[in-house]
Design a protein around this ligand. Structure first.
Ligand SMILES: NC(=O)c1ccc[n+]([C@@H]2O[C@H](COP(=O)([O-])OP(=O)(O)OC[C@H]3O[C@@H](n4cnc5c(N)ncnc54)[C@H](O)[C@@H]3O)[C@@H](O)[C@H]2O)c1
Ligand SMILES: [Zn+2]
Length: 354
């Protein structure tokens, strides 16, 4: 088992290894991730994940002395809404959940974001732990303390910064993921290689989907940790994690979310690196390597949307700042920059990448 320490306002550990969920209760106790006087542990999950791992987690929590509560939501992004947030809060209140008790988020990013937000606002903040079950949740959403639900006007529009007390990444649970979901998470993994680690990038090129999970998941979390440690509240450096995401969000919206997030990020990284190459920010070879990596994972690197369509949607991006927008671009594999670009230049820039 590997341990990565995250040094945010309230520090915590991320545990990475095999067979960890069977021991989650014990690990929570050992890591003092629950208060000594905690009585209840409320497991929040989705129907698919619950069926696979709910009993194991509950069993383990019970044997560590917790009384368990269970709340299962339908799987999928549609569940990440304000109605479900309120249902979770009402459920906890009805079950006399106290400030000493603990929430355990068992699932992908949807469950983690919603349960985390519930933990942030329940009784003005209660302890929660993340037990991520998708690759994306392991390397991205479970670490860093961003929690949210979607509003009708857009994704993640209501949320809070609330760090978990512990993150338990059991690599075995990734075995049951549908290949498409695993591939989607891989787009984020490639992102970390491009952002900060040429060696990680080369490993991914070499192994493709058969990459060494412990090494890769750990490296991604370390990279995210380093960025989050410097910028917990997302006012500067943390924006680097948006590599590929500005264009991805636009493509996802244009497709009415039929295009998956991972595929959109893959396209976003490919198109923006090609554009960066033609503007001399990185060399052609770098852009080419990024496209190759994306292809190696069976992810798309092109889109049929036009520069004009993508630009129109990006104008509404929340990272936009008056007349400029911040975009993340590679200088080389392992090093990226945040570039402030005039909105007026953006359409041509996208066109250069298509
Ligand atoms: N908080 C953050 O910093 C952050 C970062 C990135 C993404 N996110 C959010 O994460 C969400 C996406 O997360 P996701 O990609 O994990 O999606 P998800 O939570 O919807 O999970 C994807 C699907 O996989 C299923 N699943 C999960 N684990 C499984 C397993 N082990 N075996 C079989 N099936 C399993 C789920 O039931 C679901 O159907 C989005 O809402 C996004 O906004 C948050
Ligand atoms: Zn992402």
């Amino acid at each position: 088992m590997k341990t990565i320490h995250v040094d945010t306002g309230r520090p915590y550990d991320v545990l990475i290894g095999n067979g960890l969920i069977e021991d989650c209760g014990k690990l929570i106790r050992e890591k003092n991730a629950a208060r000594k006087d905690a009585v209840k542990a409320a497991v929040i999950s989705d129907d698919k994940v619950w069926e696979l791992y709910g009993e194991k987690v509950t069993e383990s929590l019970r044997s560590a002395g917790f009384e368990t509560l269970k709340l299962v939501l339908p799987n999928g992004e549609e569940s990440k809404n304000t109605d479900n947030l309120i249902s979770v809060l009402e459920f906890l209140a009805e079950n006399e959940f106290t400030r000493s008790d603990l929430i355990a988020a068992l699932g992908g990013g949807v469950v983690g974001d919603l349960a985390g937000f519930a933990a942030a606002v329940m009784l003005r903040g209660v302890d929660f732990i993340q037990i991520p079950t998708t690759l994306l949740a392991c390397v991205d959403s479970s670490v860093g303390g961003k929690t949210a639900v979607d509003l009708r006007a857009g994704k993640n529009l209501a949320g809070a910064f609330h760090q978990p007390r512990l993150v338990i990444c059991d690599l075995d649970v990734l075995d049951s993921l549908p290949e498409e979901t695993f591939k989607d998470g891989s787009a984020e993994v490639i992102k970390y290689g491009v952002l900060a680690d040429p060696r990680l990038f080369e490993h991914l090129m070499d192994k493709g989907l058969e990459f060494n999970r412990e090494y890769v998941v750990s490296r991604c979390i370390e990279i995210k940790r380093d960025v989050v440690n410097e910028d917990e509240f997302d006012t500067g450096k943390r924006r680097l994690l948006n590599l590929g995401h500005t264009l991805a969000h636009a493509a996802e919206q244009l497709s009415s979310y039929k295009l998956s997030h991972g595929k959109a990020v893959a396209i976003g990284m490919s198109v923006f690196s090609a554009a960066a190459a033609s503007y001399g920010i990185c060399d052609r070879l770098t852009a080419e390597r990024i496209r190759e990596a994306v292809k190696r994972f069976g992810l798309p690197c092109d889109t049929d949307y036009s520069a004009e369509e993508l630009y129109e949607v990006m104008l509404r991006d929340k990272k936009r700042n008056g007349s400029s927008i911040s975009i993340v671009l590679p200088e080389k594999i392992g090093r990226c920059i945040i570039k402030k670009m005039d909105i007026a230049e953006l359409e041509d820039f996208i066109r250069a990448g298509l």
